[in-house]
Design a protein around this ligand. Sequence first.
Ligand code: APR
Length: 244
Amino acid sequence: MTPAEVRAALAAARRVAVLTGAGVSAESGIPTFRDAQTGHWARFRPEDLASPEAYWRDPELVWDWYAGRYRDVTAAQPNAAHLLLARLEREKGAGFFLATQNVDGLHGRAGSGTLGGTLAELHGNLTHARDEVTGEVYPLPPPDLLTVPPTSPAGNRMRPNVVWFGENLPADALAAAQDAFAAADVALVIGTSGAVYPAAGLAAWTLRRGGIVAEINPQVTDLTLHMTLSLRATAAEGLRALLG
Ligand code: APR
């Protein structure tokens, strides 16, 4: 399909599902997950920090890493891609579902999830922390007031409210995302390497039901050959091309 045909299908679609990855936040200055780690963290792989084993081994080290990312995302702003997806949600209303792998909270700050559609943060959100005993989730204080590891109102240590390697995604969010992609007339897969399942498998639910899936990514990914259309573009450029 040509971009013009996908644009027409998107305009006519009643149900639209979107999967985003770190690439949509790249233009907000947030390094993608597989960008080389910089500075002090250059000697670590994310997989060596974002895991239960790393946390139980050295909670302070893991919290120092998340506190730094929390400071960065708080200072960042949603970019044109986030805002274009918020506009699409406003147009589609309840027929719009955005599943993100990102934990930076930028979709929410752009208004996604409050404009008639649904936002599912499949891998959690690093602006919140979870009581290790009760499982209660609380927003973190502003970065300059954060002491790590944080303690919950119940007095228990809290862990970052994100899904780590080896952990399961929140079952209800994943089920809702699979239903949304299965029902979608058009799905968009934006700024993800498609390396991590089950998120990377969502597009297959749309294709299996005869829906259209368009990918937006400057690079070819593992998902590219399965796509109805794959645009070699940044998130904002590709969304502008498909939203008109
Ligand atoms: N616009 C769109 N895509 C971009 C841009 C951009 N400006 N810049 C980079 N990209 C693409 C890259 O080409 C790459 O395919 O974004 C993708 C980022 O891939 P990853 O770094 O692997 O991030 P992501 O796909 O979100 O990782 C998925 O893996 O590590 C786990 O839990 C972690 O949520 C993460 C998941």
